[in-house]
Design a protein around this ligand. Structure first.
Ligand SMILES: CC(C)(COP(=O)(O)OP(=O)(O)OC[C@H]1O[C@@H](n2cnc3c(N)ncnc32)[C@H](O)[C@@H]1OP(=O)(O)O)[C@@H](O)C(=O)NCCC(=O)NCCS
Length: 179
C-alpha cells in the first residue's frame, strides 16, 4: 500500500505496571496472523471503503512484563501525508491501561512524523470504544450511515449483528487534532 510509514519509534517511559509497550517486529508476524484471525476473523480490515491487510502496517504490541511471550494488546497505524490512522486497536486484558498506552504510543509516533491529525474508524455497535476514544481527547468527526453494507462487499465475513446484539451498520470517524 503506498504511503505506509515504515519506521518505528521507541517510546521511552511507557513501561507500565501491568504491561510494556514495544514496536511490532517481523518476529511477531506469526502471532499477529493468529491473533487477528482468532479475534477479528481475518487479517483483512475495511475502513472508509478501503480494504487493507493489518499485517502490512506498523504498530506496537503490549507485553506482560512477567512473560515476554505473552502479548496482551495490539495497535497498528498507517501514516499518509500529515494524517495518521489507527487501523486496529485490541486490548486482551481490559481496564489495566493497556489500550490507553497503545494509543499514546501511536500519538507520539504521529507527532514525531509531523502529523496534524490522528483518526480512526469504529462502528456503531462498539459502545465501549465510543466512550474510550472520547475520554482520550478524540471527537466524532463524521458519521457514515450504512457504510458496513459497502464494507461487506469487500469483506463478506463482517457479521450483520455486532457487539451487544446491535445491528452492525454505520462507521463513525473519530479524530484528535495534533496541531
Ligand atoms: C476499547 C479498548 C481498546 C480499551 O482498552 P483497555 O485496555 O480496556 O483500555 P484502558 O485500560 O486504557 O482504559 C479502559 C478503562 O480502564 C481504566 N483503567 C486503566 N487502568 C486501570 C487500572 N489499573 N485499574 C482499573 N481501571 C483502569 C481506565 O481509566 C479506563 O476507564 P475510562 O475509559 O472510564 O477512563 C478495549 O476495550 C478493546 O480492545 N476492545 C475490543 C476491540 C475494540 O473495540 N477496539 C477498538 C475498535 S476501534
Amino acid at each position: 500500500m503506498p504511503g505506509i510509514c515504515g519506521f518505528y519509534l521507541n517510546v521511552p517511559g511507557l513501561i507500565m505496571t501491568d504491561s510494556s509497550i514495544r514496536p511490532l517486529s517481523p518476529a511477531d508476524q506469526g502471532w499477529l496472523v493468529a491473533f487477528l484471525t482468532e479475534r477479528w476473523g481475518s487479517t483483512r480490515m475495511v475502513a472508509r471503503g478501503v480494504l487493507y491487510e493489518v499485517t502490512d502496517h506498523p504498530g506496537f504490541v503490549a507485553v506482560d512484563p512477567a512473560d515476554a511471550d505473552a502479548r496482551i494488546g495490539l495497535i497498528t497505524y498507517h501514516i499518509a501525508g500529515d494524517q495518521c490512522e489507527i487501523t486496529l486497536l485490541d486490548s486482551v486484558r481490559e481496564n489495566r491501561g493497556i489500550g490507553s498506552a497503545l494509543v499514546a504510543a501511536v500519538e507520539e509516533v504521529a507527532r514525531a512524523a509531523g502529523c496534524t491529525r490522528l483518526w480512526l474508524i469504529t462502528t456503531n455497535d462498539n459502545l465501549r470504544a465510543l466512550g474510550f476514544y472520547q475520554k482520550r481527547g478524540f471527537a466524532m468527526a463524521a458519521l457514515y450511515r450504512h457504510a458496513l453494507a459497502e464494507s461487506r462487499k469487500l469483506k463478506p465475513e463482517i457479521p450483520l449483528i455486532g457487539m451487544h446484539n446491535i445491528p452492525l451498520r454505520d462507521e463513525i470517524e473519530f479524530e484528535k487534532r495534533l496541531d
